[in-house]
Design a protein around this ligand. Structure first.
Ligand code: C5P
Length: 216
């Protein structure tokens, strides 16, 4: 089984994907981390984020096994990653890894779940279940701001809101694999839902898709 979860930044899609992975015994991949790792690698050596060729070189030499640096989650890396994510060559290199991951769950897993921006539309158009997660931008900004101050990263709400707006615009207006809802996906608006309610909606949807799959 392949589950695709796409959506806007700070919509709750990562939390949802992690809960679904556990419930359905799926191997998870947070694909945003790949773009973040490319951006972090460029920033670490002082490369210009506007340089597509350099960005592609960093993507090509990415160590997929070391995606655990806490720095990857910082908001400056989030903004930087959305810049290099617009490059076609970077996306092509990361696409290959994501597609292989999706189709090859490790032994003992029932499938894979990938969350990102273009999973249902580009990475896994054949996914068995497709979920698009979003929420009102002020609510998302408030959630992200709370997360940041809880993790001791200094944050100003207005700045967080501005960063999200900038990323939403860049992610959904870029030419290559823009953020958009696939025609077959269901939308979950988490503006007024907590993590458990969101999970419950997605769980029911995936279970019903799985039942139909087994019947056909
Ligand atoms: O999901 P996250 O906020 O960690 O993603 C960071 C950035 O990576 C996004 O703003 C987006 O530009 C890019 N991204 C993407 N396609 C994906 C996942 C993330 O373009 N599948």
């Amino acid at each position: 089984m392949i589950v695709a979860v796409d959506g806007t930044s700070a919509s709750g899609k990562g939390t949802l994907a992690a809960k679904l992975a556990q419930h359905f015994n799926l191997e998870p991949l947070d694909t945003g981390l790949l773009y973040r790792a490319v951006a972090l690698s460029m920033i670490t050596v002082g490369d210009n984020l506007e340089d597509q060729e350099k960005a592609a070189n960093h993507a090509a030499s990415l160590d997929y096994k070391s995606m655990d640096s806490p720095r990857l989650r910082n908001s400056d890396i989030g903004v930087a990653s959305s810049k290099i994510a617009a490059f076609k060559s970077v996306r092509l290199i990361l696409l290959d890894f994501q597609q292989k991951f999706a189709k090859n769950p490790p032994n003992g897993r029932s499938g894979t779940i990938l969350d990102g921006r273009d999973i249902a539309t580009v990475v896994c158009p054949e996914a068995d279940s497709k979920i698009f997660v979003t929420a009102n931008i002020e609510i998302r900004a408030k959630r992200r701001w709370k997360q940041l101050i809880q993790s001791d990263e200094p944050a100003i709400y207005a700045r967080v809101l501005e960063d999200l707006r900038e990323r939403d615009t860049r992610d959904s207006t870029r030419q290559n694999a823009p953020l958009r809802k696939d025609g077959d996906a269901i939308t979950i608006d988490t503006s007024h839902l907590d993590a458990e309610q969101t999970f419950e909606m997605a769980r029911k949807y995936i279970a019903s898709r799985d039942l139909n799959r087994q019947r056909s």
